[in-house]
Design a protein. Structure first.
Length: 298
């Protein structure tokens, strides 16, 4: 019997399409959720008191998240195809496995970015400029693992751009007293979950010579994760206070804190399957906060 999941949908697609769907990681939607959720927080916080978030914007940003995450993965695999062949977990990726060529990937990337541009052009001028400014981060992030032990920081700056863009799409500009703490909270969150993710590949990363926060923190990982979590929670509180959020919001922040504490306490950094499980569970963190924002507004 087949289960209804993104992976099943990809497997059910016509065979010539499957490498492209896997290239954009449509079969692994956890990353798309982690890109989308900061957008929902920002859109939710920008809603008028007593009102639900703008469903049209939530839908538009959802489509944009799928396209931009797919484009980011395509760029990543084009940069990393030689590295991916040397890592067991990534050796089956379409470019590394030779299922599609670099030229085909480039054409596919152009298509994804063109569709993402169409989504961006549905927003106001301020948001169009702000959204376009993130493209340099999308392109350069995959190179960071060759240069610094902090590629997760660059990913955080990239993945949480929606915390700025969602607000500006609703309001026409950014309220920095809200958007910057929200953005910084998202960056801390990404540093946490992607450090956990990076522990899956640390042995292969040492062998092929790429860097990550997992290799930098080593056995001190849990202390660093605790610091990132605390910084995230503090910044969420600041963002909430600066836009007059109410009790349900802070209750959700407390629930997020409990979830993160459980992740850190039970994490086994030497078990890749546990690292993946903890990484993927961060979708729950983002959804909890979004629910708190909506209820706080109401």
């Amino acid at each position: 019997p087949r289960s209804f999941s993104a992976a099943e949908l990809v497997r059910a697609a016509p065979a010539p399409l499957q490498p492209y769907l896997r290239l954009m990681r449509l079969h692994q939607p956890a990353g798309t959720w982690l890109l989308y959720l900061p957008c929902t927080w920002s859109i939710g916080l920008a809603a008028a008191p007593g009102c639900f978030p703008d469903w049209r914007m939530l839908s538009l940003f959802g489509v944009g998240a799928v396209l931009m995450r797919g484009a980011g993965c395509t760029i990543n695999d084009m940069w990393d195809r030689d590295y991916d062949r040397q890592v067991a977990r990534t050796a089956s990726r379409p470019l590394a496995a030779g299922d599609i060529s670099t030229f085909q990937s480039l054409v596919f990337l152009g298509g994804q970015l063109s569709l993402a541009l169409c989504v961006l052009l549905c927003l106001n001028y301020y948001s169009i400029i702000l959204g376009a400014a993130s493209l340099s981060l999308v392109i350069t992030y995959p190179l960071m693992k060759r240069i610094t032990y902090w590629p997760q920081l660059v990913l955080g700056l990239t993945f949480n751009w929606g915390a700025l863009l969602g607000w500006s799409a609703i309001k026409g500009s950014c309220e920095w007293s809200v958007c910057l703490p929200l953005y910084f909270a998202g960056v801390m969150w990404t540093l946490m979950y992607d450090t956990i993710y990076a522990h899956q590949d640390k042995r292969d990363d040492i062998m092929i010579g790429v860097k990550s926060t997992a290799l930098h923190f080593k056995e001190d990982t849990k202390q660093w994760l605790s610091g990132f979590s605390l910084a995230m929670l503090l910044n969420l509180c600041v963002a909430g206070m600066n836009c007059n959020q109410t009790f349900p919001y802070y209750l959700a922040v407390a629930a997020v804190g409990a979830h993160l504490a459980h992740q850190i306490y039970t994490l086994d950094i030497d078990k890749p399957e546990d690292c993946w499980k903890k990484f993927a569970s961060n979708r729950t963190v983002g959804i909890l906060l979004f629910i708190g924002i909506v209820l706080g507004n109401l």
